[in-house]
Every structure is written in structure tokens, then in C-alpha cells.
Design a protein around this ligand. Structure first.
Ligand code: SAM
Ligand code: SF4
Length: 328
């Protein structure tokens, strides 16, 4: 079992997109009430006084859409300023990134992952649930700004859905050739939109590698913070290609992370919330950091005993919550 030292922190469960694979159209999501969201101070207390003492040194800010969180730059600064923080990153849809990238970088954020499911504005808008003026250009501007500001590594996340964006695999992979961008193909999981999943199915990472191998060849690659991704490289490319194959592969034995939701629930596994801890209630009722540390240690022990096959069933898709609610 890997050392668990990586915490994915959801700052908000709301989003300005409605990606087909993440939030089913028309779904009534049960949003967290504002008063139940961990405040800046509560979050930083947890990071400094509970998670860091339990051995967590790497943090990712996510959501929902983390750039919608008021005070996100201050949260970045507070976590980046903890001397024990070895790595701080963010996952975003980049719609608001062009205007925020400098401030985020100045506050101490150095790594960023951006969702970019398509290079075709129409397909992009369809996938991200946008019916108004196209949003693709603004996202692309966000990516370009992040590149200029110096975020490194800069990773682009693509969820591949058969019949929707799987015809763009080579175009998306080609983004890694000229620039030091790291394109990661994610197997579509039945979380969030089971209807679409059952209708379209998912594409196996090996099939994608096959296509890319035939076009350019493929060698093993390396990138900082590769987590569960298998990393490859087009020969001579400046960036890499990552494949996150949670459907076709079990990588529980490589799992090094836990997830904290915006309302303070710590869950041991994306697919299993058994044993999760309600930190918001604990903090607000004055439970001491040392007691909370002991609870985290217990959950770490529990995590080492569960595995991918113990998936839960629920009402939204196969699982009870969407990625935007869990903190993807
Ligand atoms: N809003 C930000 C974004 O989209 O980058 C951060 C949150 S989002 C929930 C985090 C990641 O979850 C994204 O890369 C998204 O593609 C992925 N995701 C959401 N639903 C998924 C699903 N059903 N299968 C695979 N990946 C999914
Ligand atoms: Fe929003 Fe990210 Fe989910 Fe898309 S994947 S709906 S951008 S939270």
C-alpha cells in the first residue's frame, strides 16, 4: 500500500459548466448550503493542524469549479505558505483562468490541470453543456495565459466519450508535441451520468495508445505528479501523454490520496465513502485537532483495507454523487 500524503480539496460543489459526463442535464443536484461550506479559516486549520501532522504534504484544489470560490487566491496563498507543503495544484475548467492566472501564480500555485475535452468549439460546447455563445475561445485563452504565466507542468484533461470526442484523439495528442503540455486521456466512469455511460460506453486507454502508436510511435515518459496516470511520450515531443484507466485497470495499490468535500467530509476513496469523517461538525463543536488527527489515522488504516471492487451503488449514475459534488 502506498503512503497516503495527497489531499484533494473541493472548494465548492457548484460549477459554471454542466459537462455531459459530470452533471446529467436537468439533474436536480443537492447543492451544499453556503453556511455549510468550510470557511477559509476552517479549511486552513484542518490543513495545518490535522492533515499536515498526519503526513499530508501535497494538496490539489478542485470542485465543482474552484475558480468560482470567493477568496480562492487567499486559500492558495495560505496553503502555499505552509512550510510543509511540498506541492500545491489545481484542477479547473479554465473559463475564468485568463483573468486569475497571474494572481494564482503570485499566491504560490505552480501546477494546474485544465479540462479540455475538445478542440472543436461546437463539440466542446455540447460536452460542457453550453447553449449560449461559445465558451471554447475563453477556455483556450485561459490555457494560453496559464502557459505564459509559467504554470509547469500544465496538464490538459480529456474525458473520452465514444461518438462524441473520440475522433479527436490524435489532434488532442498532438498538443503535446510542440509545447511542454501534458495531455491526459481519462476513461469515462459511470459517475454522474449513467444514462450517457450506458448509451455511449467508454474507450479503453489501450485502444487510444494503439491509435497514437500507429501515427507517431509511443515511448514511456515521465512527468511530475503523475498520480494514477500511465505516462508515455510521442518520440521527440516536448510534453507527454497520460492515460488514466480506472475502468480498465485497478490502481488501488497505487492510490495515495483522500478527498475533502467543500462541506468538510473526508472520504477515503472516490468510489467508497464508508467511514468518512464529518470535519465541519467536529470543528464547529470544538473537537481538538489531536482527536481529529486520530480519526484521520483510523481512516488511513481503513483505506488500506478497501479496494476498487467495493464500488457503491447510488442514485446519480452508479454512484450516489457526481464528481462535482465529491471533488473530482
Ligand atoms: N471543474 C474542474 C474541471 O472540470 O477541471 C474541476 C472539477 S472536475 C469534477 C475534475 C475532473 O473530473 C475533470 O477532469 C473531469 O473531467 C473529471 N470527471 C468528471 N466526471 C467524470 C466522469 N464521469 N468520468 C471521468 N472523469 C470525470
Ligand atoms: Fe464542472 Fe468540472 Fe464537472 Fe465540468 S467536469 S461540470 S467543469 S465540475
Amino acid at each position: 500500500m502506498n503512503r497516503v500524503d495527497y489531499l484533494r480539496i473541493s472548494l465548492i460543489d457548484r460549477c459554471n459548466f454542466q459537462c455531459q459526463y459530470c452533471m446529467p442535464e436537468g439533474a436536480e443536484l443537492d447543492y451544499i448550503q453556503q453556511q455549510d461550506v468550510l470557511t477559509h479559516d476552517e479549511l486552513i486549520t484542518l490543513v495545518r493542524e490535522v492533515f499536515i501532522p498526519c503526513g499530508f504534504t501535497r494538496f490539489r484544489l478542485t470542485g465543482g469549479e474552484p475558480l468560482l470560490r470567493r477568496g480562492v487566491v487567499d486559500i492558495v496563498r495560505s496553503i502555499a505558505n505552509c512550510p510543509e507543503t511540498e506541492d500545491l495544484s489545481m484542477t479547473t475548467n479554465a473559463f475564468l483562468l485568463a483573468g486569475m492566472a497571474h494572481d494564482l501564480y503570485d499566491a504560490g500555485l505552480r501546477r494546474i490541470n485544465i479540462s479540455l475535452d475538445s478542440l472543436e468549439p461546437e463539440t466542446f460546447d455540447r460536452m460542457s453543456g453550453n447553449r449560449g455563445r461559445s465558451r471554447w475561445q475563453q477556455v483556450w485563452n485561459g490555457i494560453q495565459t496559464a502557459h505564459r504565466v509559467g504554470f509547469n507542468p500544465l496538464k490538459l484533461n480529456v474525458v473520452v466519450i465514444p461518438g462524441i470526442n473520440d475522433h479527436e484523439i490524435l489532434d488532442l495528442a498532438a498538443l503535446s508535441i510542440e509545447r511542454e503540455w501534458h495531455v491526459r486521456f481519462i476513461e469515462f466512469m459511470p459517475i454522474g451520468n449513467a444514462g450517457l455511460f450506458n448509451h455511449s460506453g467508454w474507450v479503453n486507454s489501450e485502444d487510444l495508445r494503439q491509435q497514437i502508436r500507429q501515427r507517431w510511435g509511443l515511448t514511456e515518459g515521465q512527468v511530475r505528479g503523475n498520480g494514477p496516470a500511465d505516462v508515455f511520450q510521442i518520440p521527440g515531443a516536448r510534453g507527454t501523454l497520460g492515460f488514466i484507466s480506472q475502468m480498465s485497470e485497478c490502481f488501488c495499490d497505487r492510490c495515495n490520496r483522500m478527498r475533502l468535500s467543500a462541506d468538510g467530509w473526508l472520504r477515503p476513496c472516490l468510489l467508497n465513502e464508508t467511514g468518512q469523517i464529518d470535519f465541519r461538525t467536529a470543528l464547529r463543536s470544538g473537537i481538538s485537532p489531536s482527536t481529529l488527527q486520530a480519526q484521520v489515522q483510523q481512516l488511513l488504516t481503513f483505506k488500506s483495507e478497501i479496494n476498487f471492487k467495493q464500488r457503491e451503488s447510488g442514485t446519480t449514475g452508479i454512484y450516489g454523487r457526481t464528481m462535482s459534488q465529491i471533488g473530482g
